[in-house]
Write a protein that binds this ligand. Structure first.
Ligand SMILES: NC(=O)c1ccc[n+]([C@@H]2O[C@H](COP(=O)([O-])OP(=O)(O)OC[C@H]3O[C@@H](n4cnc5c(N)ncnc54)[C@H](O)[C@@H]3O)[C@@H](O)[C@H]2O)c1
Ligand SMILES: NC(=O)c1ccc[n+]([C@@H]2O[C@H](COP(=O)([O-])OP(=O)(O)OC[C@H]3O[C@@H](n4cnc5c(N)ncnc54)[C@H](O)[C@@H]3O)[C@@H](O)[C@H]2O)c1
Lengths: 206, 206
């Protein structure tokens, strides 16, 4: 499956199933799951059939079995080691976030050009940018996060790709030119707010 | 226009136009703009025609005129006042971000239940949650950001809607039930990483 939105929905189904489980549910119908995620029950069934997941018309889906299946598809059974470039305001908020580890995502090192940010030990070590390539190769890291200023973002991506990084989450508010087979997902918080403002204004006017 | 992706593209065109301007360009063809944003030139022309923007086949588009038009459509000409609930790691990174103001977005106050976070003055004042409703009504704030823990997110949204907030950017990793005519955009950083991991693993396997 190559559709990003479909995979995002699988993650949402998984998170909703955990919440139903804490509420004491053992089985679930696609309508309940659809409501919890904000899609139609037909969409739930369509997504599941793409991955060979079927329920029983009368009893619905077994929650435990579904969680195991979704965790397998999403690669949650292995710990994913991640590095981050830029240990500034946003980078350090991401480094302090405890829920990533519960999701099997562990930021193992950060890299920054500012010597005052370097720190070999404190929960996550912060190294010099020059050490990124060796660290990624030695520890076989596949995922990187970019939280450097926009002017440094393209250069940082090039370093990550050369080091062997295969997937990057980019927070710098610009479109990066991607060489080779590295997947780049962008989160642009300025655009998210601008987009929200447009729709609020459009609604006020109509 | 009600398509979120179309408005996101308008923001991207605007940002790319500013970059071309700093490089000394005065006019631009749709192909260059398309390349810079990572879409086709047909998409650029289609988006522009939706908003009555036309270029001249031989000379392309006047960059200054385009910027003025896009800023008008995106509501950039007025300062947008924003409040934020939750002044923790993520909330404080957003509060410190200087580029929002360059984009005409100003976080004017934060609200938190933790008394140790309260601060009436420091660049952005942090008030008690109980003061949110009165602050939003007195200052006619339309936009809110939610960066509280997920268990408190729904309650926070309800308070914002009652206060008169019309658009919310939600960072809590859960689907919020929205009453009334408030627009809620979600940014779920856990899902973004999970999504990236899926595609990196899928590529490694194939
Ligand atoms: N903070 C936010 O809320 C926010 C919001 C929207 C977008 N962003 C984007 O996220 C990125 C990070 O923002 P921030 O607020 O954390 O900025 P920041 O200035 O606080 O942090 C940037 C860090 O990157 C380091 N750095 C600079 N050049 C580098 C390089 N070549 N290699 C490695 N490290 C380098 C700096 O030393 C600094 O520690 C920026 O691109 C910004 O536009 C942040
Ligand atoms: N930090 C990250 O990188 C990151 C990543 C992914 C998701 N998130 C999400 O963003 C949100 C904020 O994360 P964080 O890391 O800043 O957490 P945090 O614990 O550092 O901050 C949360 C803040 O919210 C305050 N708070 C708690 N309940 C509140 C309420 N009812 N009303 C107002 N304030 C309240 C707390 O006092 C605290 O200051 C969470 O939902 C989290 O899941 C954060």
């Amino acid at each position: 499956v190559t559709n990003k939105n479909c995979i995002l929905r699988l993650s949402r189904y998984k998170n909703a199933l955990y919440r139903f489980k804490t509420l004491g549910f053992h089985k679930i119908f696609s309508d309940y799951l659809a409501d919890a995620v904000g899609v139609t029950s037909a969409q739930v069934r369509k997504d599941f059939s793409l991955f060979g997941i079927s329920g029983n018309k009368r009893g619905g889906y077994q929650i435990d079995a579904l969680i195991i299946k979704l965790n397998d598809i999403l690669g949650k059974n292995e710990l994913q080691k991640v590095i981050i470039a830029g240990a500034g305001n946003l980078g350090s908020a991401l480094m302090k976030y405890k829920n990533f580890e519960k999701e099997g995502i562990k930021i193992v090192a950060a890299f920054d050009i500012d010597p005052s940010k370097r720190n070999p030990k404190f929960p996550i070590p912060v190294f010099a940018l020059e050490e990124l390539e060796e660290f990624v190769k030695t520890n076989e890291i596949k995922i990187g996060i970019i939280s450097v200023p926009d002017i440094a973002a393209q250069h940082t991506l090039d370093i990550m790709i050369r080091a062997g990084i295969k997937g990057v989450l980019n927070f710098a508010p610009m479109q990066l030119k991607n060489a080779g087979d590295c997947v780049v997902n962008n989160v642009n918080l300025e655009l998210e707010l601008e987009n929200l403002i447009y729709f609020v204004n459009a609604m006020q006017k109509s």
